[in-house]
Design a protein around this ligand. Structure first.
Ligand code: AMP
Length: 225
């Protein structure tokens, strides 16, 4: 789907993001740029949402798909968590420019175990731990750096269940308030890294549509500082 430069210049800018916390916390950043979003994706089933700026539209995609839409240029820019970006860049190196940490959707990536499981002793004894996670890349790097032997089990959701039913000794998951861990009798035993969402930009768009993108990037940078 090749476009002429003229066609590309006329198209509205497309910003990819996921609904939920990232969408909610992006609204004030857009408002700081004078842009409102009249429809809420939680109520509307629309996947393409207009904004009050005719030059900008939003597309609502799964969080882990945001980098893919931006990398292939279907979206000019996107908003994605550092967790998602680490996993994406392991499989698709290069191609995404990450100019701004928006400081939104903050949480932390952590190792958690069942209450009563002696994680430190297991690590100290050099036991081979089974770790269930959606964040395989970040987990692999973390345990390799610490010299902990692990077998990683890839899951796509509800990691908290894995230690409770004997699928894994530990999980690597995002923790915000800690309520989900507590509700499932799990405890965080090690922080891996703080997580926040970043603005990502398609590199070709930056070159061909830089003049339109730059004011938006500047407004986001000011609003998130
Ligand atoms: P909490 O109970 O507040 O600690 O939140 C933990 C649950 O929410 C876990 O299932 C996480 O995967 C998810 N979660 C927390 N913060 C985020 C975030 N910033 N982005 C995506 N998922 C999150």
């Amino acid at each position: 789907m090749t476009q002429t430069p003229e066609q590309a210049a006329q198209k509205p800018l497309t910003l990819a993001l996921s609904k939920g916390r990232i969408f909610e916390e992006t609204l004030p950043l857009l408002a700081a740029a004078g842009i409102e979003v009249p429809e809420n994706p939680e109520q509307s089933r629309k996947l393409i949402l207009p904004t009050t700026d005719p030059g900008l539209r939003l597309i609502i995609v799964r969080a882990s798909d945001v980098p893919t839409y931006v990398q292939y240029g279907a979206a000019d820019l996107g908003i994605a968590g550092k967790d998602v970006l680490i996993e994406h860049s392991a499989e698709h190196p290069g191609g995404l420019y990450q100019p701004i940490d928006l400081n939104i959707a903050k949480c932390r990536l952590a190792v958690a175990v069942r209450e009563g499981f002696d994680y430190r002793a297991a690590v100290h004894q050099g036991a081979r731990l089974r770790v269930a996670t959606k964040y395989v890349q970040a987990a692999r790097e973390h345990f390799a750096a610490k010299g902990v032997h692990v077998d990683l089990i890839k899951l796509y959701g509800s990691m908290e269940l894995a230690p409770l039913v004997g699928l894994a000794d530990a999980i690597v998951d995002l923790v915000s308030t800690g309520n989900t861990l507590r509700a499932n009798n799990l405890v965080a035993v090690e922080d891996i890294m703080p997580i926040s969402s970043r603005l990502i930009v398609n590199q070709a768009a930056l070159k061909t549509r830089g003049a339109r993108l730059q004011p938006l990037l500047d407004a986001f940078a000011r609003a998130s500082a």
